[in-house]
Design a protein around this ligand. Structure first.
Ligand code: ATP
Length: 237
């Protein structure tokens, strides 16, 4: 089977600083894949490179069989890749409805629209007319995910979903992911919380200092394996 996303030998960084070193990774259609790793491991850089916001210095990325690195960042949404960025990046003075509709600007055809987003995140229904700057962190994150879905992505890149949010809110946001996948969107999520990542994902990829050091089904990996990879220690035998 051809992977929806096929990353081979991808390196990227910022000027002279290299943040990713020959990353290999494949994501199958319909899969939820979590990228874990400590601060500075390169998780955000990987998502930003896939979204076209950080240039790759070498390697190849094929998305739905096509050369993704040849597609400029501004066209990648139209190709089916939507990023939910770290920090959410909403337009603070625009209301929730307007923030969501911005996501539909470069939309592909598909099942997502305002009503469907509200079905998946019912907490947004009473907030549609409110400026996003007055929302809680969890509400903002729901808007950011909803905005990405409005583009009908084939692949949604979710960066640091749970950062700074209360555990209950994180649970609510993750509870929406199966519906997202069921609607035909493959999910690549960056998550610092190992337990959360293992619970939500079909597969984990662990980055350490810009390199993939572990990959597998969370049900088949021991906590010791994961923690050792995360912190760059030898696994206990
Ligand atoms: P965190 O969980 O802290 O966000 P991360 O795994 O997402 O970490 P990145 O943000 O991708 O890691 O950072 C990888 C490396 O790249 C780090 O050493 C970081 O300091 C560096 N880096 C990130 N953004 C920039 C930038 N704009 N300019 C220079 N270096 C950067």
């Amino acid at each position: 089977m051809t992977a929806l996303l096929d990353v081979r030998g991808l390196s990227a960084g910022y000027g002279d600083f290299q943040a990713l070193f020959e990353v290999y990774m494949a994501v199958e259609e319909g899969e939820t894949l979590a990228i874990i790793g400590a601060n500075g491991a390169g998780k955000t850089t990987l998502l930003r490179t896939l979204a076209g916001l950080v240039p790759a210095s070498s390697g190849t990325v094929r998305f739905a069989g096509a050369d993704l690195l040849a597609v400029p960042a501004w066209k990648r949404v139209g190709h089916g890749i939507s990023l939910v960025p770290e920090g959410r990046m909403l337009f603070p003075s625009l209301d929730v409805r307007e923030n969501l509709l911005i996501g539909a600007h470069a939309r592909r055809g598909g099942r997502w629209n305002l009503d469907r987003v509200i079905e998946v995140f019912p907490l947004l229904a009473p907030l549609l007319g409110r400026p996003s700057e007055v929302l809680s962190g969890g509400e903002k994150q729901a808007v950011a995910i909803g905005r990405a879905l409005m583009a009908n992505p084939r692949l949604m890149l979710l960066d640091e979903v749970s950062l700074g949010l209360a555990p209950l809110v994180v649970k609510q946001l993750y509870a929406a992911l199966p519906e997202v996948v069921e609607a035909g969107t493959t999910v690549l999520v960056v998550e610092q919380d190992i337990g959360q990542a293992a619970a939500a994902a079909d597969r984990l990829v662990c980055l350490l200092e810009g390199r993939v050091v572990l990959e597998g089904d969370p049900d088949c990996l021991t906590r010791g394996d994961i923690v050792a990879a995360y912190f760059g220690m030898k696994a206990e035998t």
